[in-house]
Design a protein around this ligand. Structure first.
Ligand code: MD5
Ligand code: FE
Length: 204
């Protein structure tokens, strides 16, 4: 399927630029309510990426596994609501990519400090694989790598920069992917960090 470099991948360079100020304000609000935290993997490691969520459900990991949860295990409360500007940007990108009905119920907020990475994995904890995933990159740049259905498949590199929005279509939903360790640098707006917003339809 991916013998040709990645298809069903829609890259909108700088699409988030007009939304940045509002996005940063809302990220502050969400992370005050449900703080960023480094979750434990089922294997007992601590992830280098710090995470939180907003929306009806949020992705969590601990010793008993990965899953979506309606409650934040740190606060015991529901996750913060998904801010309208988040929804607006996710819908705009999904519509441009040919998914006008995309209606995310989960937004994972990933914070990468220099050195943080996300090892090769598949996103398979969602119930609805017919929906795309929309991801918004803010702050420091990253190298994203994507393969195919097998861990051993050849990887293609895609640079992700501040303001970029990517829609991963349904034919890529189960492709292996990773984020290489973030290089130490300073971003004029976000400082020494990369933030990624990942919008998903997790429940049916
Ligand atoms: C990131 N996050 O930049 C990425 C953006 C995650 C994760 O991978 O699981 O939190 S999402 C990129 C993505 C999602 C689903 C499928 C594919 C890529 N893909 O098929 O390549 O923090
Ligand atoms: Fe992923």
């Amino acid at each position: 399927r991916l013998s040709e470099p990645v298809t069903d991948f829609h890259y909108f360079s700088g699409l988030a630029f007009d939304f940045i100020d509002e996005l940063l304000l809302e990220i502050d609000r969400v992370t005050k309510e449900s703080p960023l935290r480094q979750m434990q993997t089922p294997g007992g490691y601590q992830m280098s990426v710090a995470m939180t969520n907003c929306g009806e459900v949020g992705w969590v990991s601990d010793k008993s596994g990965y899953r979506y949860s309606a409650l934040d295990p740190l606060t015991g409360l529901a996750w913060p609501q998904m801010p309208p500007v988040f929804r607006q940007l996710a819908s705009l990108a999904a519509t441009k990519a040919g998914y006008p009905l995309f209606s995310p119920d989960a937004c994972l907020i990933n914070q990468y400090l220099p050195g943080a990475k996300m090892s090769l994995h598949q996103d398979k904890d969602e119930n609805d694989f017919s929906a795309p995933i929309v991801s918004v990159s803010l702050g420091l740049s990253a190298v994203f790598k994507i393969g195919d259905m097998k861990r051993s498949d050849k990887l293609f590199s895609i640079p992700l920069h501040h303001g970029d929005v990517v829609v991963w279509g349904k034919s890529l939903r189960l492709a292996y992917h990773s984020i290489s360790p973030i290089k130490s640098d300073n971003h004029p707006l976000l400082g020494q960090q990369r933030i990624n917003l990942t919008f998903r339809k997790a429940s049916f």
